[in-house]
Write a new protein. Structure first.
Length: 150
């Protein structure tokens, strides 16, 4: 599944119009004055990656934002990418192994993973995590995300 990027019709045919002029059927984000974009997670589709992991994704010009729902036992296998990553836990807890170092991140905590650092994740309890990536995840945009579907 490819996710729309800002300016590609995500917010309708003219994503730069002010919210006051936007059509009433807008349902995924509202473009507000000065080119801001307002998103509502409940309106962003969930993509089921495997039995234990689903995600919602927003791609902007300079970053990717991903909200992950992970069930206890879900594993994101060892991988690396050129993007800096910041994971903030909304609920639950995850065990990360980053470049050989282990850390458990719990609700209300954040972890920064530097670009190109090999890392994996094990879900210790049902969890919701918000991942921020900069620059945008071009691999996800192009559909190269098979490691998440295992």
């Amino acid at each position: 599944m490819r996710f729309p990027t800002i300016g590609s019709g995500w917010c309708g045919p003219n994503p730069t119009i002010p919210i006051e002029l936007a059509p009433p059927d807008r349902d995924r984000c509202d473009t507000i004055r000065a080119g801001m974009d307002h998103y509502t997670w409940s309106q962003i589709p969930h993509e089921q990656m495997n039995d234990l992991l689903s995600r919602q994704v927003i791609h902007t010009e300079t970053m990717t934002i991903c909200r992950l729902r992970l069930r206890k036992g879900a594993v994101v296998p060892m991988h690396q990418h050129p993007n800096e990553q910041v994971t903030t836990m909304e609920s639950g807890s995850l065990r990360f192994v980053v470049a050989g170092e282990e850390v458990v991140v719990r609700a209300g905590e954040s972890l920064r993973i530097p670009p190109n650092a090999p890392h994996m994740v094990e879900t210790l309890e049902d969890s919701v995590a918000l991942d921020l990536f900069a620059p945008p995840r071009q691999d996800w945009i192009s559909g190269d995300d098979a490691y998440l579907r295992k």
